[in-house]
Design a protein around this ligand. Structure first.
Ligand code: PMV
Length: 347
């Protein structure tokens, strides 16, 4: 089928890993399996206008972010198109105008690569679907996740929800290093509509890009044990998510966050990505948990911000605790209430 012009808009979420991906080999193959909650409120909305070109030697695109032309983001997207070109040869035939916006504040330290790249991948798959008419939604999601992975590994976990596994794991049927899959088991009700409040502790530029970070796991003295541990954690977490053992969830998720940071502290060069307020918040969370017999816990990405995780049943009480106490340790008292969501949506 020949198409002269087409426009597609997708909204795709960010995600937060419970078992972390840290360390990869080429081309974007993870050293261990990871699992994340797909988020609901933190998302990217991207529209791509495809217009057939006369000649088709190069990939040709323009990029607008929140209404303004953004040439500084172009190299990352150009690299993405280069990596996916083999799998989507049709991109050579179109001029693309990309318009993108995030629901969360720009450079807030919330990773936008997962939502940003999965949104572009979904738009490409919409064009592919029109060109070849009638691909199954299962194929579209799988291939979108495969393409997104080539841009940013964690982006492979931003197509579906509420729980996605990326990386081959013996206890997760259908799992693959090449794309994310929905967690295949029935989840205990306590983990339904799980809450995640993101506390913006430090909005500064990332000290270490994730590309550099992953590479630091090559020749890292603890790397091999870490990869084994992560896969063991995922096996355990799979059972916890099914049997509803929230206490074990809390223990495993916090251990994963601290291990991610421990890997950075013990690499060479080494990094400390937590800030004093990150530690203040962690200590407050621990006191609150003890005093209130709560199941609140935290996780961290490769930065200083804290994700506070808690069951839906504690939403009211914990939201109040965040507002009245934890927000004092955030930059400009900024935080975002979010919860586990369902993945990519065409608008
Ligand atoms: O997708 P990348 O290459 O930006 O790596 C992200 C890694 C972490 O966010 C730190 C952990 C994860 O699994 O999301």
């Amino acid at each position: 089928k020949s198409i002269e012009k087409a426009t597609f808009t997708w909204q795709t979420p960010s995600n937060i890993a419970l078992v972390k991906y840290w360390g990869k080999s080429n081309p974007q193959i993870p050293k261990n399996a990871s699992i994340s909650f797909t988020l609901n409120n933190c998302h990217t909305i991207t529209t791509i206008e495809f217009e057939k070109k006369k000649a088709s030697e190069n990939v040709d695109f323009n990029l607008f972010f929140e209404g303004k032309q953004k040439d500084e983001f172009k190299p990352k997207i150009a690299e993405f198109f280069k990596r996916v070109a083999n799998y989507c040869p049709y991109i050579f035939e179109y001029k693309m105008t990309i318009n993108s916006e995030n629901s969360f504040p720009h450079s807030s330290g919330i990773a936008s690569s997962a939502s940003g790249l999965s949104a572009i991948a979904m738009c490409l798959m919409s064009l592919e679907n029109e060109l070849s008419s009638g691909l199954s939604s299962e194929f579209i999601n799988k291939k979108a996740s495969f393409l997104a992975r080539l841009g940013s590994g964690s982006a492979s976990r931003s197509v579906e929800g509420p729980l996605v596994v990326w990386g081959n794991h013996p206890e997760i049927e259908g799992s693959s290093d090449l794309f994310g899959v929905k967690f295949p088991h029935k989840v205990h009700p306590v983990f339904e509509n799980y809450q995640d409040a993101i506390l913006l502790v430090d909005k500064g530029e990332k000290q270490v890009s994730s590309t550099v970070g992953h590479n630091l796991m090559t020749n890292h003295p603890y790397a091999e044990n870490r990869f084994v541990q992560a896969n063991n954690h995922l096996g355990k977490l799979s059972k916890i998510l099914q049997n509803g053992d929230v206490k074990s969830f809390v223990n495993l998720v916090e251990s994963e966050a601290l291990t991610l940071h421990a890997m950075m502290m013990t690499s060479n060069p080494y990094f400390i990505l937590m800030k004093p307020n990150t530690l203040e918040i962690i200590n407050k969370i621990w006191s609150y948990r003890k005093e209130n017999d709560s199941n609140i816990c935290f996780t961290l990405d490769a930065g200083a911000n804290v994700h506070v995780l808690y069951p839906f049943s504690e939403k009211e009480a914990v939201n109040q605790f965040i507002k009245s106490e934890l927000s004092n340790y955030c930059q400009k008292k900024q935080y975002i209430y979010d919860s586990a969501g369902f993945g990519a949506k065409q608008l």
